[in-house]
Design a protein around this ligand. Structure first.
Ligand code: THU
Length: 141
């Protein structure tokens, strides 16, 4: 179901604004797609990221993973509560499979909001997008 950001709770609107703003920083000369992501941690902090491409294409990073890497390197024991992803696509893009796997490392209950720059957004749980995930708990002996 797609909703409109104008009727979203304030906390989600704030994440949208942060992701929209950082999206402008995208380094994406090869795909031409700009993506912005904003994550909220269990401590209430927000971290943002944009996609960063590379002329050696495999060196590219999605916006979600850039935001997560920033959060890991600037906090202790990262726990992610929610993630907003903004592109100019409508219907909005869902996060790629690699990003889903990186997300589940930091929270199995994460809510994911996928929005267009115009504000049409869909809400998912990470469990919906990555059922039966391989998580750190699988490595416990
Ligand atoms: N991209 C993201 O940043 N996040 C996603 O979830 C999907 C794809 C980026 C990677 C690349 O820079 C461009 O979008 C096209 O795939």
């Amino acid at each position: 179901m797609t909703m409109d950001i104008s009727s979203a709770p304030l906390a989600i609107k704030d994440l949208f604004k942060a992701a929209l703003l950082v999206r402008e920083k995208a380094h994406s000369p090869y795909s031409g797609f700009k993506v912005g992501a904003a994550i909220r941690t269990a401590q209430g902090q927000t971290f943002t990221g944009c996609n960063v491409e590379n002329s050696s294409y495999g060196g590219s990073n999605c916006a979600e993973r850039v935001a997560i890497q920033k959060a890991v390197s600037e906090t202790e024991n990262l726990e992610i509560v929610e993630i907003m992803v903004v592109t100019d696509a409508n219907p909005p893009w869902p996060p790629c499979g690699l990003c889903r796997q990186v997300m589940v490392e930091f929270g199995t209950q994460i809510k994911i909001y996928c929005s267009s720059t115009q504000g049409a957004y869909a809400e998912y749980t990470l469990n919906e997008l990555l059922p039966n995930a391989f998580t750190p708990s699988n490595l416990k002996k």
